[in-house]
Design a binder for this molecule. Structure first.
Ligand SMILES: *Cc1c(COP(=O)(O)O)cnc(C)c1O
Length: 234
């Protein structure tokens, strides 16, 4: 199957999952996760109408970005773990960082965006499964509270919601409680009406479990393999 056929199939599955959940598929953005994919394959997705893309390595995307400069309305999000020493380059390359997981990183991104005279949209990444090896802040952590309270002074950052990658299993249904947990956390934060903190976005769901994520309230599914095929492992 071509990238364009895969995209059409994924869009159809999003539509069906939304309908099952009594939602409109217009509430759900499809992010094509283009990490490890060369520029030509990303262009193929762009030609098929895809505009929102996720990358997980600053350096890798930096090398590809030049070859895609003409795709003016493509929107690039950083979705991988980010070290704060890469903040400046990140602010140059990306419109949004969906994987903010510390106050220190948020401060560096804010300073970097300010220096460029622009804003960066951000999501806070939550480690819903409490996995030691995974990035993201714990749902009831001091770090999360610190991020939420720092938002008003981080004026170049636009806090838009939460992101998560649940523990990986073969059965998509086993991700459901984690997706539900992220939605409940989002609702609890939204109810506090904190200054400069919008909680409209819930980025959750990947190739194997995006339909379940949609049923649990996802507003952005991040899909790599189901669009581009299996990634070549480095
Ligand atoms: C790679 C990746 C995805 C996409 O995973 P697939 O299983 O290929 O759909 C989604 N989110 C994040 C954070 C990723 O790193």
């Amino acid at each position: 199957m071509s990238i364009s056929e895969n995209l059409a199939a994924v869009r159809e599955r999003i539509h069906k999952a939304a309908r099952r959940a009594g939602r409109s598929s217009e509430e759900i953005a499809l992010m094509a996760v283009s990490k490890t994919q060369p520029a030509e394959r990303i262009r193929e997705a762009y030609s098929a109408g895809q505009r929102l893309f996720g990358e997980n390595r600053v350096q890798e995307f930096g090398l590809k970005a030049e070859a895609m400069q003409d795709l003016k309305d493509a929107e690039w999000h950083m979705i991988g773990h980010l070290q704060s020493n890469k903040a400046a380059r990140t602010a140059e390359l990306f419109r949004a960082v969906d994987s903010v997981d510390s106050v220190k990183l948020a401060e560096k991104l804010d300073a970097a965006a300010r220096a460029l005279g622009r804003t960066l949209e951000v999501l806070i990444e939550i480690n819903v499964g409490g996995e030691a090896a995974k990035s993201g802040v714990a749902p009831d952590s001091h770090e999360l509270e610190g991020l939420l309270l720092a938002a008003p002074r981080l004026k170049a950052l636009v806090f838009r919601g939460l992101m998560t990658v649940p523990p990986l299993t073969d059965d998509p249904q086993s991700a459901r409680p984690y997706f539900g947990k992220l939605r409940e956390l989002r609702d609890a934060i939204a109810a506090r009406k904190l200054p400069s903190v919008a909680m409209d976005e819930l980025s959750m769901g990947m190739s194997h479990d995006f339909e379940v994520a949609i049923e649990e309230g996802s507003t952005c599914v991040r899909v790599g393999t189901a669009i581009f095929g299996e990634r070549i492992k480095a």
